[in-house]
Design a protein around this ligand. Structure first.
Ligand code: ZN
Length: 154
C-alpha cells in the first residue's frame, strides 16, 4: 500500500515532521497524528469502497491540470466533473477538531494556514474550470459522505 504520495516535497515534510515531533504528547494525540496521513486514510477508503459497491466508477488521486492550478482530489468522476476531497480534521483545520496545537505552534500554524490556503485555491481553480467540488471531513459518518457525493452526481 502506498502511504506517501511520492511527492518529494511531501516526503521531505513528513521526514521533517518526524524530526521536529519526536515524542507524542499523549496517546490520543499520537493516534491523531498517525491518522493524518495525506491519502488512503480510513474514511477515504470506506467512502471509495462504498461508492464502488454502489456501482460508481471513479479515478483516485488523479492529477487534474487546470488552467490555474494542479489539483489532486482524492476521488474524481471525470465525465461528471465532480472532485471529492476527504479532508483530515487536523491538516485541513476542521472547525470541530482542527484546533491548532499550542505546542510547537511556531511549526504547525504556518503549515496549517498554507494547507487552508491551498484548499481555497484548489476549490476556486476547480470551480472556474467547471468542476463541482465536494469536501468531506474525515469525521463525517459514511452515510452523510455518500449522500453528499451521490447528490453531486445526480
Ligand atoms: Zn473533524
Amino acid at each position: 500500500m502506498v502511504v506517501s504520495s511520492g511527492d518529494p516535497e511531501e516526503r521531505r515534510r513528513q521526514a521533517h515532521t518526524k524530526a521536529l515531533y519526536p515524542a507524542p504528547l499523549n496517546p490520543g494525540r499520537s493516534r491523531n497524528m498517525q491518522a493524518n496521513r495525506r491519502s488512503n486514510t480510513k474514511p477515504e477508503l470506506a467512502l471509495r469502497t462504498a461508492l464502488h459497491r454502489l456501482g460508481y466508477r471513479y479515478r483516485k488521486d488523479l492529477l487534474l491540470k487546470l488552467p490555474d492550478a494542479r489539483v489532486r482530489p482524492d476521488i474524481v468522476f471525470t465525465r461528471r466533473k465532480v472532485a471529492v476531497f476527504v479532508d483530515g480534521c487536523f491538516w485541513h483545520v476542521c472547525p470541530e477538531h482542527g484546533r491548532q496545537p499550542t505546542t510547537n505552534e511556531w511549526y504547525w500554524a504556518p503549515k496549517l494556514r498554507r494547507n487552508m490556503e491551498r484548499d481555497g485555491l484548489a476549490n476556486k481553480a476547480l470551480g472556474e474550470a467547471g468542476w463541482k467540488v465536494i469536501r468531506i471531513w474525515e469525521h463525517e459518518p459514511l452515510d452523510g459522505a455518500l449522500a453528499a457525493v451521490r447528490s453531486a452526481l445526480d
